[in-house]
Design a protein around this ligand. Sequence first.
Ligand code: AGP
Length: 613
Amino acid sequence: MCGIFGVCGKVFSSSVDQCIAGLKKLEYRGYDSSGIALFDKGAIQVVKSTGKVHHLEEKISHLKSLKTVSIAHTRWATHGGVVEANAHPHVDSENSLALVHNGIIENFFEIKLQLEKKGVLFRSQTDTEVIAHLFTDLYDGDLLGTMQRLLARLDGSFAIACIHKNHPDSLIVTKRDKPLTIAKDATLGQVLVTSDRNALYGGEFLTLDLEDNQVALLDQNAIQLFERDSSKIFPNFEPFTVKDTPHFKGEYSHFMLKEIFEQPSAIRRTLEGRYDLEGNRVLLNLPKAFEETFETVSKIALIGCGTSYHAACIAAHFLEELLGISAEAYIASEYRYRESLSDATTLVIAISQSGETADTIAALREAKKRKAKVLSITNVPYSSIIRDSDFHLMTQAGQEISVCSTKAFTSQLLLLYLLSLQMYQFRNGSLPFENNWIQNLRTLPSLIESLLQRKNLIEAIAAETQGFEKILFIGRQYMYYTALESSLKLKEINYTFSLSYPAGELKHGPLALIDENTLTVALLGNRTTFHKTISNVQEIQARNGKIFAVHQKDQNLDEISPDYSFSIDAPIPEQLLPILYAVALQLYAFYSALKKGHDIDHPKNLAKSVTVE
Ligand code: AGP
C-alpha cells in the first residue's frame, strides 16, 4: 500500500521537487505520512511528516536546491501508528543508510530480537526499521553482496530502495511479491524507481519491472541487474511513453464526483470495438488459446476484493443464468485457502481495478498452482495481476484517483457482461435470441447520463436522511449484490455503520435491528421478485423503519408509500440494472459524505491500492 519513489543517475533538477511530484502521484497508495532521504554535505538527510504529502513539502523547502540520489515514500500504516517515527525512510543507528519499503516483513520480530541482543536500539514500531539495522549488521563495504545476504534473511513481501553514505552516487533496490519499476529517462539519462508507472513524469522512458529477488544497483554510469545467486543479467528495458496527465478535477469539487460523471464515457470506451452490431456478435478478441481452454472448463470462479468482489457477484449470477455453468464469486482472501475449489477444469476470473491487490494476486497464484487457468480484468496496464494471468482484458475507465471506486466498478460490470456473452457465443455459435444484449449495453451510457442529470434529487435525499445512523440496504438477486456495493460506498466515505442483506433474509435475524431510527434503502430493480421485496419492505414499515426506495419508473409503490424515493427509467433487462442503481447510490454516498465534511477522495484508514494481505 505504501509507495516508493527514487531518483538517481544524472539527476537534472531538484530531487525534492521530483520526489514530491512522484509521491503526490503515489498518494493513492497510502497517505498516512511521507518522507524523503537524500545526501546533503556528505551526510544523509531524512525529513518526514505525518499527513498528506503537502505537509512534507512544506517541511523540506530548505533542501530544494539539491540534485542528489534520493528516495521517498508515502505510507499506509501496518506496523505502528501514524507518527513521524514510524514514517519512512528508516535509518540505522549510525545514520549510514536510509531505506524505504513497501510490503510486510513477516519475520521482523524474530530479527528484531536478534538485533536487540546485539545492542541495537529501535526507534519505531515498524517492520521496516528492522531491515535498516539488519542491512548495517550485514554490511561489509559491498552494497550488492549485503543486499543479497539481506534477501536471504527476509520473509514476506517487499520492495526496498536504499541509499548508503559510503556510496553517495548509488541506489540499490530489490523486491519480492511487490512491484518495483526502474525507468530511465531516454533523453536525460536520469533513472527513477517507482512502485507504479503512474508516478512518472511525461516523457520517453526505458523501463524494466524488477522480478522477484532480483537486485538492481543504479548509479551515474550504469544500471546493473543481478539474480538472487549474484549472477549478473542483461537488463531488458522496454520503451515506455508517459503522457503527462496531471490529475485535474476540472469543474468538479472532488475526484469521486468527476469519476461518477465520467461513467458514460468510461463505459463507451470499454464497449468500443468490442462488438459487431450488424452481425450481432461480441468481439473481445481473446486469443484462440482462451477459446480452447474454455472448451474444457466445467466451473468458473470469479475472485476479487471490495468493489471488485461485488462486480464478481453480479457477473457470477449472470454467467450462471446465461451459460448454465457453475459460476461462483469469492472474496479473494478467502478463496486462496479453499483448496478444493480450483483444478484444471476451473476458469478463474480475477477482477481488480488496480491489478495490484495482494489478496487477489495471492488467490490467483494459488489457483494457478492447482492448474486452473486465470483470466484477469484490470483497469491498470502493466500491473502485477496481468503478468500473473494466462489471459487478460482491460476496462477502459481511465485512471481512477478517488479511493472510492465508481467508474472502475461500472466498467468492470460492462466488460463482464461482454465476456459472459462472448463465452455464450463460443459455446453456441451466436448470441441468445431473446434480449438484444448488444443494443441494450449500448444504451447504458445515455441512461446513465439521464440519471446524472437528476443528481439534485439524490442530493436532497442525502440531506434529508443525514440524521440516520443505521442504514440497511436490501435487494434480491442482482439488486442484492448492488446493495452490497452501495452499502460499501456509504461505509467507505460516509463512515456510517451500514449493512446489506438479501431482502428475504431480514426475517431470519436482522429485522430485530429495525426501529424508527433505521433507514432501509430498498433496491427494487428486480422485476421477477418485485412483489416479494415489497412485502419485505412492509415488514420493515410495520416495525416503524423508514424507507428510501430506489425503483423502476413503471413500478407502482402505492402499497408502501416510501419516505423517500428515486425512480430510474430504464427499459433494459434487469440483469443490466445494477449499473444504473450503483450510479444512483454512488451519488447518494457522495452527497451524504459531503454534508458531513469528510475528505471524500482520501477516506480515513484506506488506500486505493491494497498491496498487503
Ligand atoms: C472500493 O471503493 C474500494 N476502495 C475497495 O473495496 C477496492 O475495490 C478493493 O480494495 C479492491 O481493489 P482492486 O479493484 O484494485 O483490486
